[in-house]
Structures are given as structure tokens and as C-alpha cells.
Design a protein around this ligand. Structure first.
Ligand code: ADP
Length: 200
């Protein structure tokens, strides 16, 4: 087990994936909360069965997989339903994160999570790193990547914790407003620091 975990977060399009891919090339294990969140609702998984119990069989498609569109609709219109869904999935996601952190043996490891602070997953880490960029760049990069309108990305950004709140909470902040090489350089410097923290 690595003794030191860095929690990496940032809003949509901030550069979390680019950053975690870079750490991965340095031999650092990446535990991805988004990937885990998708896996726990795979066909036949306990979380999916609970969702069907709670929200009815309409929450499943004919082939037994999650009916994401249906759930999204329900949650969008009913904050209580959103809470119910989170009460089912969040503890299961957290347990799986803990399992994967235990299995990691790199000098330190990274938990990447868009909801690091919102879900208290930062409690599982020793240090937090925010990948930060301007709203305009977030919109431009995310809409290009996802082939979505700027308006759609704006809506997603407004539903996320504000940039300012994340800046206040994070131990380290990398500003990703320049070229990718500039981002890599800042990550390299942090990587050196994390290696020393991890061996302390
Ligand atoms: P996140 O995972 O935080 O949503 P990504 O890492 O996927 O964000 O980055 C969003 C998009 O912006 C991707 O297409 C990525 O290649 C691009 N991108 C990220 N950082 C930069 C940068 N410094 N310069 C140019 N493009 C970037």
C-alpha cells in the first residue's frame, strides 16, 4: 500500500485527465472515481439492483443495464431523488476507492475525482491538488472535447462547486491556462515534492 495519496480535482475541462495521464507516465497509480462510479452500476452490480428497488424497473433498460436518461430526468426534477441515489452509490464508490488505494504500490498514488470535496473523498487523501483554468478555457476545451454547445458546458459548470471554493480548499493549485508543456512542467515540480512527502 502506498502511504501517501494525492486527491486531484478540478471542474469540467480543467485538465484533470491530461494531468492524471502525465502522473501515470511517471509510474504513479491513478485511482479514478469517475471510472469507479460507472463500474459500480454495471449490469448485475449490487448498486444497480438497489437502484432498481428504489426507483422501479424503469431505471433499467430491457437488457438490464442502467437507464441513464430516465434517472437523469428524475434527478433533475427531484432533489430528494438525487439524494437517494447518492445514498446508494456514494458509500459503494468510496469502498471501492479504498480497496484500490490499498492495492496500489507506487511511491504515492493519486485519487482523481471531479467531486473530491463535494463527496468528502478528500478525507481519503493526504494532500489535494486542484487543476484550475479560466471559465472561458473550460468552456472552450470541454465543448470541443465533448462536441457539446458552450451553453451546455456553462450549465454543467454552474452546477459544480465554484472555482473559488475549490481554490480555497486545495493544498496545491496548478493553473492550466497555457500550453500543455507548461502544465507538464508544473506537474513535474509537484511530482518531485510528492515523492519527498511520500518517503518522509
Ligand atoms: P477534465 O478531465 O478535467 O474534464 P481534460 O483533461 O479532458 O479535462 O481536458 C479537457 C480538454 O482540453 C481535452 O481535450 C484536453 O486535451 C484539452 N486540454 C487540457 N489542457 C490543455 C492545454 N493546456 N492546452 C490545450 N488543450 C488542453
Amino acid at each position: 500500500m502506498s502511504g501517501f495519496t494525492v486527491g486531484l480535482t478540478g471542474g469540467i475541462g480543467s485538465g484533470k485527465t491530461v494531468a492524471s495521464d502525465w502522473f501515470s507516465t511517471q509510474g504513479i497509480d491513478i485511482i479514478d472515481a469517475d471510472v469507479i462510479a460507472r463500474q459500480v452500476v454495471n449490469k448485475g452490480q449490487p448498486a444497480l439492483l438497489k437502484i432498481a428497488d428504489t426507483f422501479g424497473q424503469q431505471a433499467l433498460q430491457n437488457d438490464g443495464t442502467l437507464n441513464r436518461a430516465y434517472l437523469r430526468e428524475i434527478i433533475f426534477n427531484d432533489p430528494n431523488a438525487k439524494k437517494q441515489l447518492e445514498q446508494i452509490t456514494h458509500p459503494i464508490i468510496r469502498n471501492e476507492i479504498i480497496q484500490q488505494l490499498f492495492q496500489s504500490h507506487s511511491p504515492y498514488n493519486i485519487l482523481v475525482s471531479p467531486l473530491l470535496f463535494e463527496t468528502d473523498q478528500h478525507q481519503l487523501t493526504q494532500r489535494t491538488l486542484l487543476i484550475d483554468t479560466s471559465k472561458a478555457l473550460q468552456q472552450q476545451r470541454a465543448s470541443q472535447r465533448d462536441q457539446q454547445s458552450i451553453e451546455k458546458i456553462k450549465l454543467i459548470i454552474s452546477a459544480q462547486m465554484s472555482r473559488q471554493d475549490k481554490q480555497q480548499r486545495a493544498d496545491d493549485i496548478v493553473l492550466n491556462t497555457g500550453a500543455i508543456e507548461d502544465l507538464y512542467h508544473q506537474l513535474f515540480l509537484l511530482h518531485q515534492r510528492y515523492l519527498t512527502f511520500a518517503t518522509r
